[in-house]
Design a protein around this ligand. Structure first.
Ligand code: FES
Length: 182
């Protein structure tokens, strides 16, 4: 079958790093026919594939869509759901939507940040934990809600959450020690 114009564009401009995640992004670009008005959709895909939007990824998207990088960055920055830094090994997202807020979610964020030494919106120095906040995550009946590594934890107090995270870390440490011991 003859190569289409979009095929040849993806081939010509394939990311030089050889990182296979860019091949996934290329597939999405092809599906979107390199349409500039698909930018937000493609940013979503990029974030799903890479976990965050690095400069490299933003510039690559800009090049493939024939858009100025400043435009791509501007659009990505406009939406709160995009993140520009690599998250830590574990991601803890505390919902600060209205239902969670009135049930004390703010205290949960502050208490967790203090207990674990990770300011809200940041990643711990050892790269182990990222503490994020979000607007309604859609489980208001369980407020205050926390999503830890993709698992929804309902009716959380600071103590429960901090204990849960410490237990996860302890289990991980124990597994690593066991592996080291052979
Ligand atoms: S407000 Fe937190 S889940 Fe809806």
């Amino acid at each position: 079958m003859a190569a289409t114009a979009t095929d040849s564009r993806a081939q010509q401009d394939a990311h030089p790093s050889g990182d296979e995640r860019f091949a996934l992004l290329d597939k999405a670009l092809k599906r979107a026919r390199f349409e500039q008005d698909q930018l937000v959709e493609l940013l979503h895909t990029a974030q799903e594939v890479f976990g965050y939007l690095s400069n490299d990824v933003l510039i690559y998207l800009a090049r493939q869509l024939r858009l100025p990088p400043s435009r791509v960055l501007g659009v990505a920055s406009f939406y709160h759901l995009f993140t520009f830094e690599a998250p830590g090994d574990h991601i803890c997202t505390v919902c600060l939507g209205t239902a969670c807020y009135v049930k004390g979610a703010e205290e949960v964020v502050e208490g967790t940040a203090q207990a674990l030494g990770v300011p809200a919106g940041q990643t711990s120095d050892d790269g182990r934990l990222t503490l994020w906040t979000a607007r309604c995550v859609g489980s208001c009946g369980l407020a205050p809600v926390v999503v830890f590594d993709g698992t929804v934890l309902g009716k959380q107090t600071t103590d429960e959450l901090v204990t849960h995270i410490r237990e996860v870390f302890a289990a991980e440490d124990a597994a690593a020690e066991e592996e080291e011991a052979g």
